[in-house]
Every structure is written in C-alpha cells, then in structure tokens.
Design a protein around this ligand. Structure first.
Ligand code: SF4
Length: 387
C-alpha cells in the first residue's frame, strides 16, 4: 500500500528515489537553462548590462524590488512597473527620501499596496540607521514581508548564497516530478527537503533561476510543454501521463460578493471630494471616493446617503447612477454602483479617513487611487466632457 503523502515513510521513499537521479536532473536543467533561460531580466544582469560570472555579485536593491513585485504579480505585468520604479527610485536613498504618496503613485495599478508601503518603510528605516540592505538570507528574512523563499531568492541572485527557493513555480514542477498525490502545501517540509537535495549547495543562483524559468516557460500551470522538458525522462507525472492533473488543487474557499455604493460629490465650483484611507491595511494610504457596503433593505442611493453622512458628516442629494461594474480581489468580489451627488448640508470631515480633499477633476491623476477608482475617474471625465 502507498504510504500517505505527508507521512515520514513517503518522504523517505521520495528521497531514496531522488538522491541518485538528482545530479543528472540538475545538469540537464542547467544545460537547458543556458540555452533557453530568461537571461535578459534586468535584475539578473550586472549594472553595465553584462551577464554576471559565477562569482560576480549583483546589486541587492533592484533584485529586492523585483522579488517583492513578483510576490503576487506575473512577470509580464511587473516588468514595466519595475523599470518605472528603478527610474524614479534608483536606490535605497532615493526611495527613503520619497513621500508615501509618491511611492504609492508609482505602484498604482500593481495592486497589493502593502508591498509598496513595506519597501518604503524598510528603505526609510535602513537609511535612517545608516545601514545597507542585507545580502544574506537570515538578514533579509528580518525585513517585513520577506519570507524564506523571497529572502533565499534575493540572497542567491545577489551573492550566489547556497539557498534554494520554493515558490509557486518550483512547487508545481516538483509536484509533477514526484507525481505528488495531494495539494503541495500539505507537505511543505517534504518539498523543501527535495529542493535542498536537488540544489546540493552548488550554483544556487543558476539553479534557482533555472528552476523558476522551467516552471514559467515549460512546466506551465496549464498545458506543460513536456516534449521540450529536460526532466521528462524522470518525471513521474509525465511517465504516468497525468501531468495535466497535477498539482492536486486545494478546494477553493467560496468568494463572498459585496455591493458597494459610491458617491462622487461635487461642490458648487465643480470640485470633487476624495478621502485618503488610513495608512495600514488593504489599499492603505490610497485615495478614493467615499462610499461603503450596502446594508440589508437599502437602495444604492440610501447607501450613498448613509455612508457620506456617517463617514464625512455630509448630507447629500443623490443623482442618477453614473456607472456600475464588478471588480474582483482574491478574497472577495465587489460590485460598485457609482452615483453623482450634490452636497446639501455639512462640511466634510475626515472621519474614517486620514484626510479629505476637494480637488478639480482634472487634478485627480495627481493622487494615487486603487484600480477600481480609475474606472470611476474615467466615467466622471466622460460625464464632464473632459475625457
Ligand atoms: S516532463 Fe512535463 S510535467 Fe514533468 S517537469 Fe517536465 S514539463 Fe513538467
């Protein structure tokens, strides 16, 4: 009988199988990578654009920014943001000297804004203390938002330290190589053991990058390209013909759906009211139009009236709906119903926000907004004939 995938006996079986084939797997992987790897990624290059030799250190700052951007974002999306960021904040000192608003503005559209806030906080703290970014895994793991994989990836890329990584790409490749019959996260310790065994402490920079590139380019989530994979001779999933069924997926948690009423309040001059969210939490520090969750029995107009009264102390007359659209986050799906409003009484006070501001519609681009607000701004401009 096959031992349970998370049992000690199962782990021993995998190790006994993998140990003798590991050197061949690694050399095949590195040969494939030398020809097909993504060698032009800018943070993998020396500052003068050359490929680094095995002993050439790379600057940590660009790698750190890239790794944080790639934590929850695909490479194709992150790359242009990385270029803009490095142009705007080329080093730790320039990032530390920037305002929070400038930092969030530069991140606008990339999502998960806590990442930008943490980069800024770390830069501010290190520069104030007169310290550089750490280059070793242990030092990097002390930084907020940096787990073992991100720290190992930065340390191995920057200084070739012998640290393997275990990101989503690597998990998927290993789950298929081993034909792991359960969701990989059910046995993270086993996956670390396997990737450490493969690396064997040698050429960590090349090995990590090669394994990430194999996962991204060949052993893709859907439709893996097994016919051009250097591991197909040993890959248990390929040999059994079950590569499309792996990795086994965890049953997804249901995603709640929430209706949000938003009020775009205009004053007599035509200025529009925006509020800045508190510095921490989801979308912290970004600006938005006021609004909130629809409560049971409310129309959307009721919701807008209540939210602007409760949060800002404003009485408003709600006009027709300007725009309605869905926006998905990983943990919930929102439907925004956006109404134009006219202030009837009261002076806007910050309430739940850090601050509020009345701004001209053509100046809204100066403020960092979440992606959902960008659609509202576009609709407002079209409504005002400013698009
Ligand atoms: S043979 Fe196919 S399934 Fe196996 S590691 Fe290669 S690409 Fe992935």
């Amino acid at each position: 009988m096959l031992p349970q995938p998370w049992s000690k006996a199962f782990a021993q079986q995998q190790e006994v199988w993998l140990r003798p084939v590991a050197p061949g797997l690694v050399s095949g992987l590195l040969r494939w990578w030398a020809r097909h790897g993504r060698h032009d990624l800018p943070w993998r290059l020396l500052p003068d654009g050359r490929q680094p030799g095995p002993d050439d250190p790379l600057p940590t700052y660009p790698i750190w920014v890239a790794e944080v951007m790639l934590q929850q974002t695909r490479l194709a999306v992150a790359l242009p943001f990385w270029r803009c960021w490095l142009e705007r904040f080329p080093d730790l000192a320039s990032l530390a000297a920037a305002s929070r608003q400038d930092v969030l503005h530069c991140w606008q559209g990339l999502g998960y804004y806590s990442r930008a806030r943490r980069l800024h906080e770390v830069a501010t703290r290190l520069v104030a203390a007169g310290r550089p970014l750490p280059r070793d895994r242990a030092g990097l793991e002390q930084l907020p938002g940096i787990g073992r994989t991100t720290a190992a990836s930065i340390a191995a890329t920057a200084g070739n330290s012998p640290d393997p990584i275990l990101d989503g790409n690597v998990r998927r490749v290993l789950a298929r190589l081993l034909a792991f019959p359960a969701p990989p996260r059910q046995d993270t310790a086993l996956f670390w053991t396997m990737v450490e065994l493969l690396l064997g402490g040698k050429r960590a920079r090349d090995f990590n990058q090669a394994l990430m590139d194999l996962g991204a380019l060949v052993c893709r989530p859907r439709a893996p390209l097994c016919h051009c994979c250097p591991w197909r001779g040993h890959c248990r999933a390929y040999i059994k013909g079950i590569q499309h069924q792996l990795p086994v997926r965890q049953a997804p948690a249901p995603i709640p759906h929430v209706m949000i009423g938003v009020g775009i309040a205009l004053d007599d001059q035509g200025k529009v009211l925006i509020g800045q969210r508190q510095p921490d939490g989801l979308l912290g520090g970004l600006w938005e139009f006021p609004g909130g969750k629809q409560e049971l029995g409310e129309t959307m107009a009721d919701t807008v009236v209540r939210e602007l009264q409760e949060d800002l102390g404003l009485a408003v007359a709600v006009g027709p709906e300007l725009l309605r659209f869905d926006h998905a986050y990983t943990h919930r799906r929102l439907t925004f119903a956006v109404h134009l409003c006219r202030v009837v009484a009261g002076d806007a006070r910050p309430g739940a926000n850090q601050q509020v501001a009345w701004v001209w519609p053509h100046d809204l681009h100066r403020y960092p907004f979440p992606a959902a607000s960008a659609r509202m701004i576009q609709a407002l401009r079209e409504h005002l004939g400013q698009a």
